[in-house]
Design a protein around this ligand. Sequence first.
Ligand SMILES: [Zn+2]
Length: 102
Amino acid sequence: MQLRCTYCSTMFSISQEEMLAGLEHMEEHKQTYYDAHCPKCRRANRVERARMERFFPDWKKAIKTMAKESAQAEALAEKPAPQPVKEPAATGNKKSAGAKKK
Ligand SMILES: [Zn+2]
């Protein structure tokens, strides 16, 4: 989305990824504004959450999709580690091991 810096009038845009991160952050911290930093003067421009949500109504879905994709990527990257063999617990059970009661 395109923004104009209120301090130096520079036009700049924030990407969908940045908006997603911002929306997620606002959701977590119960904020209603996102601070978009001007690339020129580096000052924070407040963007209303409602405005961003209008611009990107599917953001919650997008976050879920992204989370799923990253989880899949992690699953692919990480090969399942071999499970350590569980040693039978040596309990002081004097009853015969064969007799199982429900
Ligand atoms: Zn600026």
